[in-house]
Design a binder for this molecule. Structure first.
Ligand code: FAD
Ligand code: NAG
Ligand code: NAG
Ligand code: NAG
Ligand code: NAG
Ligand code: NAG
Ligand code: NAG
Ligand code: NAG
Ligand code: NAG
Ligand code: NAG
Ligand code: NAG
Ligand code: NAG
Ligand code: NAG
Length: 509
């Protein structure tokens, strides 16, 4: 019975999305762009990285009439952190998102539109509006729109919804407090200090789990001001944001489809160099030379670096000469924590019928947020649920995952505190963002020592020819896909302006 129902669901999904078989270098949304022939050399612009920021930068140059550029990307597909995996046992497999899953914020009336929301519509991405269904709730850093959580702690079900409500109020008050303090030229506070100042001090496991739900890093490590800007400009229309609506991607072509399909509308093979890892970036007053692991030396007038903050913080890519102090200080100041989803598949669903369940462990951050994908409109009948962990706990988990059985033992120990009769899963898997040398973390975050100058300096070009973009360089939308999109667009517009009119080029030193 179970298998029949699942395969029916799979058939319906593939009819819905037209999913097709994929080979190693081609996806449903990316035509075969495997490079053939000599490496392009001596271009006007090298775009380093083919994630959201890099592809949108390329499209923007193209729109500006500049086609003499090459995207250099380590992987064989576009998308970067937008990446999918096929998960589940034979006969019950689903394309799930290892990385981003939501479009955060859409549009309110004729206010500003989230460009990723527009791109998703352009490419007919299958999405579920999270709050169309009152029983589907979405968890993310600042998404606090679900009031139908089932609550658990280490003794089983326990309704601490009043505690949850209080934590929502505390977070919103912190956002307002940050705005007041900014206006009054007062210093930023880390969230822990802000909460203390407001007389809120989560102590019990239940209080800590509720707080965690809104702040997926250790609260003491997060800047209240940066968090408030990030939240307001994305979710609060009155503060210039898009909307408080979240769209969950359920497209079996993968979320990255929107980047891959967009690239296919304007790129040709000679503008792409896949499977090349950038090793060194040499720059001077005249231009740049980029060396890759395969020994290509690519010269250009300009290079746009879109690698993650985690990559820039490591020595994977060598800058020659070393970046100036102000730039290195900015790169060092942003944080690149890990956010990990652990996917579990069971023979059949035995858990709550809402999108999210909250679990309060005695140890803060231990398997707190459980999200069901086995819901009408999502992957009904899939038997799939996932649990997220972040920060130090996610680092520990990447270590533990040398042996997946160890992870399963821990996760099931917690799940059986929620559901004592839970059977063993039939499949389990987790991505390892922290260990991946192409990312070294999940997405950026500003810590307790946030100084706005550092955020501004991340995107400032170096020596007139070396440019920077990506989610981390966005002061308003760091961490988000729309941050990466808008930063790629902005940098490319500035590069185009400089190419067309040297007087608009940034200073050289
Ligand atoms: C688990 C997870 C969940 C997330 N959830 C959401 C969400 O729901 N909604 C949301 O808006 N955002 C979410 N994000 C954040 C979102 O993924 C990022 O903001 C966005 O994808 C960043 O795009 P980018 O172009 O700046 O960087 P990237 O996608 O990192 O692009 C950089 C590119 O550079 C390449 N590269 C790196 N090093 C080298 C090298 N040495 N040589 C050549 N190429 C190299 C990489 O392969 C990559 O393709 C999530 C991220 C993760 C990891
Ligand atoms: C994919 O790309 C790599 C590197 O360019 C190449 O070696 C491989 O043959 C390609 N695979 C297919 C199926 O085209
Ligand atoms: C992709 O390119 C490779 C190498 O050029 C070629 O062998 C392969 O058949 C192509 N695949 C598709 C789907 O076109
Ligand atoms: C690339 O162009 C530069 C500058 O014209 C030249 O010196 C170099 O030899 C070229 N490299 C290759 C691999 O063609
Ligand atoms: C690809 O684009 C470049 C830049 O516009 C152009 O010079 C080249 O001729 C194009 N190649 C093909 C095969 O269309
Ligand atoms: C899954 O199915 C494929 C094709 O039917 C088969 O080759 C493979 O061995 C199966 N894998 C498992 C784990 O059963
Ligand atoms: C999206 O769907 C519409 C309506 O079915 C169709 O006209 C359009 O061509 C599709 N666009 C893309 C990019 O697939
Ligand atoms: C929590 O807030 C929600 C939404 O405002 C409300 O419906 C619910 O009754 C509150 N619960 C408690 C226990 O206060
Ligand atoms: C965020 O928006 C709220 C509501 O509009 C406002 O009160 C607050 O000052 C804003 N915070 C910041 C840091 O701008
Ligand atoms: C904050 O500082 C700015 C710039 O120094 C100044 O113009 C403004 O009056 C100050 N505001 C307050 C409330 O002190
Ligand atoms: C690239 O440059 C390095 C150092 O300048 C040199 O050793 C190497 O031979 C060059 N490779 C190619 C393919 O030109
Ligand atoms: C979802 O699955 C449940 C059983 O798991 C079934 O009763 C229900 O009809 C399904 N709903 C849809 C919309 O397929
Ligand atoms: C993985 O962990 C399990 C449970 O502790 C253990 O039984 C098994 O021997 C371990 N496997 C390896 C290869 O270490």
């Amino acid at each position: 019975m179970f298998r029949f129902r699942v395969s029916l669901a799979t058939v319906l999904l593939s009819l819905l999305t037209g999913a097709v078989a994929q080979d190693a270098n081609t996806t449903a949304c990316q035509s075969n762009l495997t490079m053939a022939g000599a490496a392009p050399n001596n271009t006007k612009v090298l775009i380093l990285g083919g994630g959201m920021a890099g592809v949108i930068a390329a499209r923007t140059l193209h729109e500006q009439g500049i086609d003499d550029f090459v995207i250099v990307e380590a992987k064989h597909v576009f998308g970067g952190r937008m990446a999918q995996t096929t998960f589940g046992v034979n006969g019950s497999q689903y394309v799930l998102e290892k990385g981003p899953n939501w479009v955060h914020g859409t549009q309110t009336g004729s206010g500003p539109a989230n460009p990723v929301w527009l791109l998703a519509q352009k490419h007919n991405l299958s999405m579920v509006q999270s709050d169309l269904f009152s029983n589907i709730c979405v968890f993310d850093v600042y998404a606090i729109r679900c009031f139908h959580l089932p609550f658990f702690d280490y003794n089983g079900p326990n309704d601490y919804s009043a505690t949850f409500n209080a934590s929502l109020t505390a977070f919103n008050n912190a956002i307002v407090l940050a705005g007041e303090r900014w206006q009054q030229n007062k210093t930023d506070l880390d969230l822990r200090s802000a909460y203390n100042y407001m007389g809120v001090a989560p102590k019990t496991p239940q209080e800590q789990a509720c707080e965690y739900y809104q702040i997926d890093y250790d609260a003491s490590q997060t800047s209240t001001l940066a968090a408030a800007w990030n939240y307001n400009y994305t979710f609060v229309p009155e503060a210039g944001g898009f909307s408080d609506v979240d769209m969950l991607c359920v497209d079996q072509r993968g979320f990255a489809c929107i980047v891959q399909a967009e690239a296919a509308t304007f790129l040709n093979t000679s503008q792409v160099l896949f499977n090349q890892i950038v090793k060194t970036i040499q720059y001077n007053q005249n231009g740049v030379t980029v060396q890759t692991t395969d020994g290509y030396n690519l010269t250009a007038d300009h290079a746009l670096v879109t690698f993650s903050a985690g990559v820039l913080q490591n020595t994977d890519v060598v800058f020659d000469p070393v970046l100036p102090d102000w730039k290195r200080e900015a790169i060092s100041s942003i944080e690149m924590p890990v956010y990990t989803k652990i996917f579990l598949q069971f023979e059949k669903k035995f858990w709550f019928d809402t999108g999210v369940g909250l679990y309060a462990d005695q140890q803060r951050g231990r398997y707190p947020i459980w999200e069901s994908l086995d819901l009408p409109g999502l992957f009904n009948g899939s038997g799939i649920i996932f649990v997220t962990v972040t920060g130090d706990y996610a680092n520990y988990l990447e270590q533990l995952n040398k042996n997946i059985t160890q992870v399963q033992l821990e996760v099931m120990e917690v799940l059986r505190r929620m559901y004592p009769d839970a059977p063993d899963p039939i499949d389990i898997w987790l991505p390892m963002w922290g260990r991946d040398p192409l990312f070294r973390g999940s997405y950026s975050n500003w810590g307790a020592s946030f100084v706005p100058e550092h955020a501004y300096n991340l995107s400032v070009p170096v020596n007139g020819h070396l440019w920077f973009a990506g989610e981390a360089t966005s002061v308003k939308y760091f961490g988000f896909l729309h941050g990466a999109y808008l930063e790629g667009q902005n940098a490319a517009n500035n590069i185009a302006a400089c190419i067309k009119n040297p007087q608009r080029c940034p200073p050289t030193t």
